[in-house]
Write a protein that binds this ligand. Structure first.
Ligand code: HAM
Length: 432
């Protein structure tokens, strides 16, 4: 006898989203899409994989994500490609390739792939909602982008979110800061964590966002980017923070917020949830990247954006007990069609009712009346319509209010041609 094949499961660090939880995903994405449009953004879709150079040049070859977490592979044509670890570099690559008029305001929803150590809130495939604006260095664009994220979090019901902002300076003042940081790290090299003792020198900024206590102590005693900013970067930062205050978006400055990618210049920001565990409490983050378009072969074009993790947002909603998000709308269907004549009637009636705007479900496989009625109850439908051989013969339908408490007027017989109006009326009665 042949052995039964081994059951296959989703890869480590990935997960399936099934209908019982996917409704919340739909709502998050739907709310974000509506708001992005309100803010003047258009949806941009780019391939899930790119030439690896898009990410190596974009996020920086020395970033942790490029060095340790990227899914890189060779295709059958010998090209070296990478699965997208984040959304920004691909959007900017598309901008450089298509030369749209500026400012170009793109929103996206995308899976992102990082070979991380999986844990709650950290996955090898996660999903991001985000926006990018290309073609303007106005600090009020930073405010617009940050405020969209903030208003989105408010709209979905999150209350325990804090916005942290910082400025990384532009190329020159950041360069000067890196020189003094390098000096400081050289003096304290042996106090750094094991990993950074070996690799800090290729990208000293990465030590600043190292979570290990050894590195934190060294960084705390070192130079601060805030002291290194040139007057233009200081002015930019003030305009961003004042703009946020002007529209009532609260913020805190965090001078250690350098973020994990090399493309950032000037504004960086992160949204943390106080309802989530410290290590995975960032529900969103972003910043300005005024060199990225050039690094990807385009002409100098300023840019700013953010990305927010859908899984983290759902965890934060759960942790804050935002139950209304789950039950915001009654999603159950309107009508369940019970057909004991073989299924053709259910086919016709479902089609007719759906074309008239009702949410309809039905049973298949010629099940018994009892089994179909059970399925109708399970479906949460307000009304069921029943067709048996007798009804079929005389052109009638039985309509039953599945939520009626009073058994005596629970169902009535109607003429088949009146089904749409009768269903509408039955649903209205059931809603009252
Ligand atoms: P990021 O901070 O790496 O930034 O990711 C954005 C958000 O994605 C994080 O705040 C977090 O909510 C979520 N996230 C990241 N990694 C994981 C993971 N392994 N598992 C679950 N959730 C995760 C970016 O990706 C930038 N592209 C953001 C940006 C847009 N900057 C400018 N424009």
């Amino acid at each position: 006898m042949s052995e039964q094949p081994k059951q296959l499961v989703a890869p480590t660090g990935t997960h399936d989203v099934l209908p019982d939880s996917s409704r919340a995903w739909e709502r998050l994405i739907g709310t974000f899409s509506d708001m992005a449009h309100q803010w003047g953004f258009g949806l941009v879709l780019t391939p899930m994989f790119e030439d690896v150079a898009v990410f190596n040049r974009g996020i920086g070859e020395e970033s942790d994500v490029a060095r340790k977490e990227m899914y890189v592979f060779e295709d059958r044509g010998g090209r070296t490609l990478a699965l997208r670890p984040e959304g920004t570099a691909s959007i900017v690559r598309a901008f450089v390739q298509h030369h749209p008029t500026t400012p170009w305001k793109a929103w996206y929803v995308t899976p992102a792939f990082r070979y991380e150590r999986p844990q709650a809130g950290r996955y090898r495939q996660h999903h991001q909602l985000g926006v990018e604006v290309l073609g303007t260095s106005d600090p009020l664009v930073d405010v617009e982008v940050i405020s969209l994220a903030w208003r989105f979090y408010e709209a979905i019901g999150l209350r325990r979110i804090r916005l942290l902002i910082n400025s990384m300076g532009h190329e020159e003042c950041r360069g000067e800061f890196v020189v003094s940081l390098r000096r400081h790290l050289t003096d304290h090299e042996l106090q750094l964590c094991e990993e950074h003792q070996k690799v800090w020198s290729s990208n000293p900024l990465r030590v600043i966002d190292c979570k290990k206590q050894e590195c934190r102590s060294v960084v705390d005693a070192g130079p601060s980017i805030a002291d290194a900013l040139c007057s233009e970067c200081v002015t930019h930062f003030s305009a961003v923070s004042e703009g946020l205050t002007a529209i009532g978006v609260p913020w805190e400055r965090n001078v250690k917020l350098v973020r994990g990618f090399d493309y950032y210049t000037r504004t960086t920001f992160e949204f943390v949830s106080d309802a989530l565990d410290g290590a995975q409490n960032a529900v969103g983050g972003g910043g300005r990247y005024d060199r990225l378009a050039e690094d990807l072969g385009g002409s100098p074009t300023a840019g700013v954006g953010f990305g927010s993790g859908i899984e983290r947002l759902l965890l934060a909603l759960q942790a804050e007990d935002v139950a209304h998000f789950e039950v915001l709308r009654d999603d159950s269907i309107d009508v369940f069609v019970v057909d004991t004549t073989g299924g053709q009637e259910a086919l016709q009636l479902s089609d007719l009712l759906r074309r008239n705007g009702f949410a309809v479900d039905r049973a298949f496989d010629s099940r018994s009346m009892k089994s179909q009625l059970k399925a109708a109850d399970r479906s949460g439908a307000r009304v069921a319509i029943l067709v048996g051989p007798q009804e079929l013969e005389v052109g009638t339908i039985t309509i039953r209010d599945l939520r009626a408490i009073d058994e005596s007027n629970r169902q009535r017989v109607i003429s088949r041609i009146d089904v749409v109006d009768a269903v509408r009326e039955a649903i209205e009665t059931s809603l009252n």
